[in-house]
Design a protein around this ligand. Structure first.
Ligand code: 26V
Length: 809
């Protein structure tokens, strides 16, 4: 690797000439970015070839199967991981190239919807860092999550053509392609008393892998792999043959049907009607991924007998749950093992994480659809179900409720979570509260049967991306204070407690936050022409737009403040900037009208000259990983206000925390553990608890009209919602109004309103005491170490995958 900026510069210029064939002065920014990526990839492979890892090669490989990997941009993070950021920046500077311009060239790979996909990306980093041979397996969508454009306050969606210039990190591996088989029929043959199954007349699809290297921090030569599969027609000759026969449409439709499989990421993260294409996607990357794993395992081990000792397959939610029947299919049909052995190997290899308790997000598929698309897989699922029921009958012959809730196939539907529970050896939730809810409520019957399978593994985030890379000023300050050890061991952030009374340190912390806020203000001014005051409290609510995440509650709070200020401009102390960001699923009309409401309120508030310097409301368009990295460092207050019991964990809450924001939140998801970590004095908690919500739901005691009638402030706001107050068309927000009153406020927005306002005011008052605020901010950073995904991955390694981390610390 480059020892100084000169050796970098020489290598860079040479590479540029080689691949671009023109003088650097004539190169576009893309040319220059492209060259840098190619150079890094080659250098690393070269160094790696000279590094001998043979003697401590990990014995076990982990494969993380996920429908989504929200990796964002890689270059900046990788330069830091490799430790050459300064050399590269200076070297390029001498060539009159600004590294920041090159970083801006990279497309933000948005191959995920939100938390689940970003978690997968953080896990890849931590696995590489800890020296676990852990690889991602997913889909190379041609189009990632749509780009959000706001037009007149409404969300519109634009296709995310992230590959349009090419993606220099990936390497296509056509020689490692796998054939995936759909439809057709299954023929059973009796071979000397043993039934053998042949899948015939199937429609073949070629899965071609594209590999993206995962470079780890401080250990860049130990490279893991993210393998994304692309669907292609099996051979162009097939097309041509049909074409020549005159079957033009058939020839073309085969090609487009095949390419549709990896065409686009479904932008829904709940409530997806069972669509055939989605199921095709799920089987596609499962069959391709397992096919490649089995092939390489057999090459090195000969047989699959000890497969589960050498391989862990992790399924990220139920989307890859077909790994279970697919692995059994391979062992039975291709390896000739018997059911017992195939089953044991499969269960032993597979582990499953649940990420949601929202009933509409728990996947189920019509049995008929399954039978038609995946005939052999369906037979295997039926057999798993039959054997499971048989065992159940023996063990729990008189527990009727178990027979109702736990089978995989019920009333013509296949329940994927039930398949995942039964066919894996470990099931985990993603925060303590979430895991308890799984055990006591959502999967309580499974917990009776398989209590030993359940564990909690609280989520974490990659602190080297969301703190070290995203917030260089804070990182420098931390390193000056406690040394660099926190980068590799986030628990060391606790050393920051020693600076609690150090006023010069607190001043610097304030400066860093202020600078980050100025940077965000500049961006907002540039993009939206709205001036915000960096001295104001930045109250930030960024995440997917969902009823349960309650962006509405936040808006009602802003409306209330606004109403108060209209009467008395001195009614609130200080200035507040409310910042929102997030995408709504294109078909989720309710969420889309929340976005419109935020804009309508912003329009009113920001344009009112009387209260201009008191309140500002901003919606940041197209919230994605890159934007997130700009926003977290600038936040003062982190809004985590979901209805208790609904947010499985949340990970934004952790990213805010490590950047020194204080949480204003409900006792939901990992907020509970953030509160445990920081203590009541350094967090602002309000609202119903998960138990209270559950009890109220069970007893149907809540009547949202009561809130309306007993709270005049609330009544006023609600009436404004369906008057001309904010909109010319008074019907615009009718659905929101109705959800709160006509449909009895499923998410307890009105119920939690008063305590939310009160607690916000407490937070705002604390913000007026800078020293106290800064101490709390420091306290949050210092306690955020446990929310590094390094900690989470160590737990997975020990408790679930049973692999050794080569990095000991
Ligand atoms: C669900 C579905 C359901 C049907 C159709 C397509 C689709 C696509 C994605 C999902 C995933 C929803 C689950 C999810 O994203 N959960 C989030 O996971 C985060 C990481 O564990 C966690 O922090 C969030 O609280 C949780 O909402």
């Amino acid at each position: 690797m480059f020892s100084d900026k000169n050796s970098f510069k020489d290598a860079y210029l040479e590479k540029f000439a080689e691949i671009k064939g023109k003088p650097i002065e004539e190169g576009t920014l893309w040319d220059k970015y492209h060259t840098l990526v190619v150079l890094l990839k080659e250098e690393i492979s070269l160094c790696r070839a000279f590094t001998n890892y043979a003697e401590n090669r990990p014995s076990k490989q982990v494969y993380y199967f996920s429908m989504e990997f929200l990796i964002g941009k890689l270059l900046h993070n990788y330069l830091i991981n490799i430790g050459i950021q300064d050399i590269v920046a200076e070297g390029l500077g001498e060539l009159n190239i600004d590294l920041r311009d090159l970083l801006a060239q990279e497309s933000d790979a948005g191959l995920g919807n939100g938390g689940l996909g970003r978690l997968a990306a953080c896990f890849l980093d931590s696995m590489a860092f800890l020296g676990i041979a852990g690889h991602g397996n997913g889909i190379r969508y041609k189009y990632g999550l749509f780009e959000q454009k706001i037009v007149n306050g409404y969300q519109t969606e634009v296709a995310d053509h992230w590959l349009k210039n090419g993606y220099p990190w990936e390497v296509r591996k056509p020689d490692k392609a796998i054939v995936v088989k759909y439809k057709g029929n299954v023929r059973a043959e009796n071979l000397k008393g043993r039934l053998v199954f042949h899948h015939e007349n199937y429609e073949p699809v070629l899965a071609v892998p594209y590999d993206i290297p995962i470079f780890s921090y401080e250990n860049p030569f130990l490279i893991n792999n993210l393998r994304l599969w692309s669907a292609e027609p099996l051979s162009s000759e097939l097309d041509l043959a049909l074409f020549n026969q005159g079957n033009f449409t058939q020839a073309l439709s085969y090609k487009s049907e095949v390419e549709a499989i990896s065409y686009i990421l479904y932008p829904e993260d709940s409530n997806l009607a069972g669509r055939e294409l989605r199921l095709k996607q799920e089987y596609f990357f499962v069959a391709a991924g397992l096919g490649a794993i089995v092939r390489s395992y057999k090459k090195s081990h000969g047989s699959l007998k000890d497969f589960s000792q050498g391989v862990s397959i992790h399924i990220n939610d139920t989307h890859p749950a077909l790994c279970i029947p697919e692995l059994i299919r391979i062992l039975l049909d291709e390896e000739g093992m018997d059911w017992e052995e195939s089953w044991n190997i499969t269960v032993d290899a597979i582990s499953y994480t649940n990420h949601t308790v929202m009933p509409e997000a728990l996947e189920k598929w019509p049995l008929d659809l399954f039978k038609n698309l995946l005939p052999r897989i369906t037979m295997i699922i039926e057999e798993i179900d039959r054997r499971f029921k048989e065992k159940l009958l023996r063990r729990f012959f008189n527990s009727e409720e178990l027979f109702e809730s736990t089978p995989i196939i019920k009333e013509g539907q296949i329940y994927m979570a039930n398949l995942a529970m039964i066919g894996s050896h470990s099931v985990n939730g993603v925060a303590k509260l979430h895991t308890e809810i799984l055990k006591k409520h959502v999967f309580k019957d499974f917990h009776r049967i398989f209590g030993y399978k359940f564990t909690n593994l609280t989520n974490g985030v990659n602190h080297r991306r969301f703190l070290l890379t995203a917030n260089p000023a804070l990182s420098e300050l931390i390193t000056e204070a406690i040394g660099p050890g926190w980068k590799t061991n986030a628990a060391q952030l606790a050393k920051l407690h020693a600076f609690r009374e150090d006023s010069s340190f607190l001043d610097q912390l304030a400066q860093v936050k202020y600078q980050n806020k100025v940077r965000l203000a500049e961006m907002i001014q540039e993009e939206q022409g709205v001036l915000i005051d960096p001295h104001s409290l930045y109250d930030v609510h960024v995440k997917r737009i969902h009823a349960y995440k309650r962006q509405l509650l936040n808006v009602l709070k802003i409306m209330e403040l606004y109403n108060r200020l209209l009467i008395d401009p001195e009614a609130v102390q200080g200035g507040y900037t409310f910042i929102f960001g997030g995408k709504a699923a294109p078909g989720y009309h309710y969420a889309k009208s929340i976005i419109k409401l935020i804009h309508s309120v912003a329009e009113k508030v920001n344009k009112n000259p009387g209260i201009q310097d008191k309140l500002k409301v901003i919606f940041m368009e197209n919230f994605n990983v890159s934007l997130a990295e700009r926003i977290y460092p600038a936040a003062d207050l982190s809004e985590q206000i979901s209805t208790a019991g609904k947010e499985a964990s949340g990970t934004g809450n952790m990213k805010f925390m490590m950047n020194g924001a204080l949480t204003l939140g409900t006792l939901d998801g990992a907020n509970v553990e953030i509160r445990e970590a920081v203590g009541d004095d350094h967090i602002f908690i309000f609202g119903l608890t998960a138990d209270e919500v559950l009890t109220s739901n069970r007893n149907r005691t809540y009547k949202s009209w009561d809130e309306y009638h007993t709270n005049p402030r609330l009544r006023q706001i609600l009436e404004q919602l369906h008057s001309h107050h904010f909109m010319e068309n008074a019907q615009e927000f009718r659905a929101i109004y109705d959800s709160l009153l006509l449909y009895n406020d499923e998410f307890y927005v009105l119920k939690d309103f008063e305590s939310y306002i009160r607690t916000f005011e407490e937070a705002a008052a604390r913000y007026e005491l800078p020293k106290k605020w800064l101490q709390s901010s420091l306290h949050n950073i210092a306690e955020s170490g446990i929310f590094s995904s390094d900690r989470t991955i160590r737990e997975y390694a020990h408790q679930v995958w049973r692999v050794r981390c080569r990095r000991i610390e």
